[in-house]
Write a protein that binds this ligand. Sequence first.
Ligand SMILES: [Zn+2]
Length: 235
Amino acid sequence: MEQLFRDDAYCRSCEATVVGADETGIRLDRTVFYPMGGGQPGDTGVLRRADGDEIRIQDTRKGAAHDDVVHVPDAGAALPKVGERVTAEIDWERRYRLMRMHSCLHVLCAAVTGDVTGGQVGDGKGRLDFNLPDTRLDKDAITATLNRIIAEDHAVAPRWITDDELAANPQLVRTMSVKPPSGSGRVRLLEIEGVDLQPCGGTHVRRTGEIGPVRVTKIENKGRQNRRINIAFAD
Ligand SMILES: [Zn+2]
């Protein structure tokens, strides 16, 4: 399975060949669909058949093998045949919002001091949990810091390092709940130039300016040490 979204998050569609189709989902030889993982939801979209018919994809999941991507069709959808050629096309507007919010949460990591224990990218909103005893976090101050870094328009790009380099630099692992995949020999890092660097397999915008204005909507105390910071797009 060739995962086109790894190298080009802006790739909206691709031609592909069906290599498997059963009640669990449809597998292609290559895809632009991101499978749920790292706090980012799976893509939705369509597989367009040669006759123009569309198979609606309601979710995308990882399969058993590490590079396996399973396109989950709507219940009762007609399944394509193995060997059939299709055009795989994601719901770009939704994916782009997810990319903007995912990049925004990485900026949030840099704006707040503390270990991240969990997080979720949502459509138009997102949140991160921090291991922090401080209950006086200021919503407006964090909002201002986020929007300043976003407006500075830093470059955002993936960078690969070896497992050994990561083991030698454990401070790169900011998220304690999401351990970076290792064992394949190399790890994908996401770098926001001058702002943040951490392992991430998700899809991101090219520059922080694309995120647009955001605001901290709520800071919740989820236990003595756990602060949950909720973010939403301001527009
Ligand atoms: Zn990430």
